[in-house]
Ligand binder design. Sequence first.
Ligand SMILES: [Fe+2]
Length: 300
Amino acid sequence: MQKKFDPKTFQLGYLALGTPDIDRTKDHYLKLLGMTEVSRGDDGSVYLSIGYNHHDLVLRPTKQKALLHVGFQLRPHISVNDLAREARDLGFAADVKTDSQPGLGELVEVEAPGGLPIQFYSAMEASSTPGFKQTGASPMRLGHFAVISPEGDKLISFFRDFLGFWYTDDIGGIANFFTCNREHHVINIVKVPESRIHHIAFELRESSCHPIAADAMRAAGVNLLWGPARHTAGHNLASYHHDPDKVMIEFYTDMDTFIPELGMCEPRPWHDHLPMKPRSWGPHEVNVWGLEFGYNLAAG
Ligand SMILES: [Fe+2]
């Protein structure tokens, strides 16, 4: 059952990826996504900004590609210490850190089920950020991510029951969509017995930017894996490509707007279901236009 309280967080802030070739991977995000390097850590990490936040993406040198951690911003009435205490009360390890990374004064890192470190913070520096570039796809923001977890049910419970996220849809019970704001999904938890990132999604300015992004990818020799086309769950117009480490990146626009007070998405002419309430889509109901995936999206 959905608990009757607002989510403790209101947006996804950043992701940290481990990469075996940080220069090559960084180049992709700088040149093809128009991000800017704003800071460098003692461990070789680089902090990349889309334009406003101090960072939206962290890359750190590792032997193999990895999802290192994710960051969510807390609602103003919940402090880092509140979150730490409530997490510990439920038996989760929670470590409050001060000045552990540039741009963030204080955060608490909680080990979520499946070993996913999630960082919660109240404020991120934005005073010295670089501004938006108009290079490559130039997304506006990081919107959501999908994670494959062998502890899917426990991770779902963490987001739904502890953090208060709203369930908005699932596909075949495998891909499970949750939100903490008015976008249809902020996290997609893929229940498969593996542990890795499935994809990271950046919102483009508007739908006419999809071909601009695709042309920029093509000019750099990067093929799209699928799309642009319209999904069922979330109804976002989406395209996918691989970064140099074969981490799947989604560009999207036109995501459904979830109305938690009504438990439904704002009606749209392209909805086959009115009202568009959370539902379990069939495993092959991935696309509203009947396109076949040339790529196995479930496999990431
Ligand atoms: Fe997505």
